[in-house]
Design a protein. Structure first.
Length: 98
């Protein structure tokens, strides 16, 4: 059975990436012609993404990057703007691959 939710119920829900990392919380829903266009997400201080975003308080994620909605919201990791030098720091060293 399809369960219909109100958009107001999504405000304040926690947002995680599909790799399981906490990203933030939903602050607002952007509508265009009665369709969801995007989600404004406030970055959580616990997530560690505040440093990566360079002082930005949050981001707007297009709706197509939302993977699942329920008690939490899961977004595609590609929706998170990570600079190239940060991605390289996150990769394991060749010695660690063994």
């Amino acid at each position: 059975m399809l369960k219909i939710k109100k958009l107001s119920e999504t405000i304040g829900k926690r947002v995680y990436t599909d790799s399981g990392d906490l990203f933030g919380t939903i602050e607002e829903v952007n509508l265009i012609d009665n369709k969801i266009d995007g989600w404004r997400i406030v970055v959580s201080r616990e997530s560690g993404m505040v440093n990566v975003l360079g002082g930005a308080r949050g981001i707007i994620v297009p709706h197509q990057f939302i993977k699942a909605m329920g008690d939490i919201i899961i977004i595609n990791r590609n929706a998170v703007p990570i600079p190239q030098d940060v991605e390289e720091d996150m990769l394991p060293l060749e010695d660690e691959l063994i």
